[in-house]
Design a protein around this ligand. Structure first.
Ligand code: ZN
Length: 519
């Protein structure tokens, strides 16, 4: 048992949430749910990054007050957590939460006391959409590589953070894996970047350029904090870095694991700038940074303007929450890019969820109604060894997939191996023939049918347990239909049992009904 803290990055709120952020929420949610199940004291944070100039510009385009735009859009992100069944313990908003304003201010002052902040003139090429400066070499044909817009040349007095001072220390912490970046090739990429030497970076801008929006630099009202500087501190300000010492100590300072789940585009901010800021402020570093890839649609970058985006809310409305979670966890490699197509999504739904899992549950519950008056029989002998073997292999695979190697696909593959064995056991044992023989007084047929039905319920109970961190809604609905309870903690309940008590199954209802888009 330990204390486990996990966060997503906090997205800008200048546009609606997209499927890529849904991926990040679901990945972090699986980690949080898994750690709660194994008995860790887990805390899961998400939220919104609101102090950015992009919000000011978006609000100007819509003739809205910035505050109104931010409030309206932050609500879309908050409601997305509900839509996706995300189990976050908290939701931080960087422009409206007092604890963040106070915490970011306090953090700045800690870096200042460490002698790491100084003021100097700065000129650079600035992309307002990225909120960051580019060197001329980093641009593509003079344009921002992310947004394909021409950056502004900006010259002003700024505060700088002495990142250069932390080059050796960061290199050592990465080398010793005190901070570990997953996957390993990203760890190597950041190590190589740090070893080349780090340069100080600007952490403020003039209040005028920020249109007065943002967190003021303490003692210098002419400047506001550079949005990345304040945003990164959300991971500690949310816990109460400046406002709740006990909570902050419990989930940050004293936590056994501090995990950030992020996209590959913001790795440098999280693996270089943020750890250096923490070193400066005298605060422990994250232990793990888990990096996911990008989603494309039909091979093209998802973009609202190109009409190639996928709206996660619409997808949930059409297919149900766990169909979306399943696609994100099964069809997307956890640390790589993936391509969304309507066809691949529908295929996963029909083949895996409806035909394999849904069908096995439905035929099992229906047979127990038909042959045993809704009461699950006891097993009187060994049934299908393949089914029992697959089901008893589940716990080890779950811990490996969700705890050690971080690949939810391995967990789902093991779960679906049990389902395949279950369906095969039905097809091979032919319960309808056993029921006929039983009617003719064949005692052996009764014992065989009892055993099959028991084993199906027991393996589906284990499947429901195993699905809890991944597809929690499905797990609950399965347990209700099977008439079984789920364990409070995974210290029990994950082992195969031949001696389950006589329980009554519920009504058979389709778990994954036929959908319009499914063929
Ligand atoms: Zn850009």
């Amino acid at each position: 048992m330990g204390t486990f803290y996990v966060t997503t990055a906090i997205p800008y709120v200048n546009a609606e949430p997209h499927l890529g952020f849904a991926l990040e929420l679901v990945q972090a949610d699986v980690l949080a749910r898994y750690h709660r199940l194994i008995g860790d004291d887990a805390f899961f944070l998400t939220g919104t990054d609101e102090n950015s100039l992009t919000n000011v510009l978006a609000a100007e385009r819509e003739s809205l007050a910035v505050r109104s735009l931010v409030d309206r859009n932050a609500e879309l992100f908050r409601s997305l957590t509900g839509t996706l069944g995300i189990s976050n313990d908290d939701f931080i908003r960087t422009a409206s939460d007092r604890r963040h304003l106070e915490g970011a201010t306090c953090f700045w002052q800690a870096c200042e006391r460490a002698g790491d902040l100084y003021r100097r003139a700065y000129q650079g090429l600035y992309c307002v959409r990225c909120e960051c400066f580019y060197t001329a070499e980093e641009l593509h044909d003079g344009r921002c590589p992310e947004h394909e817009i021409v950056p502004e040349t900006v010259e002003e007095e700024n505060y700088f953070f002495r990142l250069s001072r932390y080059t050796a220390q960061l290199a050592e912490l990465l080398e010793s894996r005190v901070v570990e970046i997953v996957p390993a090739f990203r760890h190597a990429e950041i190590q190589a970047f740090v070893v080349r030497g780090l340069t100080d970076f600007s952490i403020s801008r003039t209040a005028a350029r920020a249109r007065g929006w943002g967190i003021p630099v303490p003692g210098d009202p002419g400047q506001v904090m550079y949005v990345w500087f304040d945003a990164l501190t959300n991971y500690v300000t949310a816990l109460g870095y400046a406002t709740d010492a006990a909570c902050y100590r419990r989930y940050w300072t004293d936590a056994s694991r501090r995990v950030h789940v992020i996209g590959k585009d913001i790795l440098r901010f999280h693996a270089v700038y943020w750890p250096a800021m923490l070193l400066s402020a005298g605060i422990p570093l994250p232990t793990t940074i888990r990096v996911h890839g990008f989603l494309t649609r039909d091979g093209r970058r998802m973009s609202k303007t190109l009409g190639t985006g996928v709206n996660p809310v619409a997808l949930v409305r059409e297919w149900g929450v766990d169909a979306v979670r399943y696609w994100l966890l099964h069809d997307v490699p956890p640390t790589d890019d993936a391509d969304y197509t309507d066809e691949s999504f529908a295929r996963s739904y029909v083949a895996d969820l409806a035909n394999d899992l849904g069908n096995l549950l439905n035929r099992t519950v229906s047979m127990i109604h038909r042959y045993r008056g809704a009461v699950v029989p006891l097993a009187s002998r060994r049934g299908s060894s393949a089914l029992v073997t697959a089901a008893t292999a589940l716990p080890a695979t779950l811990h490996r997939a969700l705890g050690d190697v971080w690949d939810p696909r391995l967990a789902l593959d093991a779960i679906f191996a049990v389902i395949t064995c279950g369906n095969r056991a039905v097809d091979e044992t032919k319960p309808w023939a056993l029921a006929r023989a039983e009617g003719d007084g064949d005692v052996d047929a009764t014992l065989r049918l009892d055993t099959l039905l028991h084993d199906l319920v027991e393996s589906l109970r284990l499947v429901a347990e195993a699905l809890r961190p991944l597809l929690p809604d499905t797990a609950e609905r399965m347990a209700t239909q099977l008439g079984v309870g789920l364990a409070t903690r995974w210290t029990q309940g994950l082992e195969w049992s031949d001696t389950a008590t006589l329980t009554r199954v519920g009504e058979p209802l389709p778990l994954f009904p036929k959908r319009r888009g499914a063929r």
